[in-house]
Design a protein around this ligand. Sequence first.
Ligand SMILES: [Zn+2]
Length: 150
Amino acid sequence: MTTLSHDIAGLILPHDQYGSHLNADGKTIDVVLEKENFCKAGETLAEVWSSTVIDSFPVVAQYVEHSDFAAEENLDEKWCSLPVLQTQYACQIVRCNSIECCGQWRSNYIQIFPHRFLPAPVPFQHTSEGLEVAQTDNGSGAFMALFLKD
Ligand SMILES: [Zn+2]
């Protein structure tokens, strides 16, 4: 995200590419025009990000209209809940464990993260009882290395 944010730092997206959809009070008076202007901003972002390279891999970005999502109303909500974890820190989307669905794992990722999702950053402290979750208000804890968790 840092790379993508860097690419649009200072970029000013016009809100009225096709004309203003706002009245003098800044309230939307033309929803269709608002969507067209929003689409133009999305296309501009996609164009900027599509010229980005991250770790030698080109970024492919495309603006997708909301109505395209609406066509996917038949998606299985239970299935959609399996590969997505939304937390305070991030939204993680990972493959499932089904070989029929996602094929064989191509790395040993699942051995390192058996619950598939990256663990939340929780501060721990060493005690005579072993590791414990640190009190958050006294600053006594430290974050463990990612691979030492779980
Ligand atoms: Zn799957």
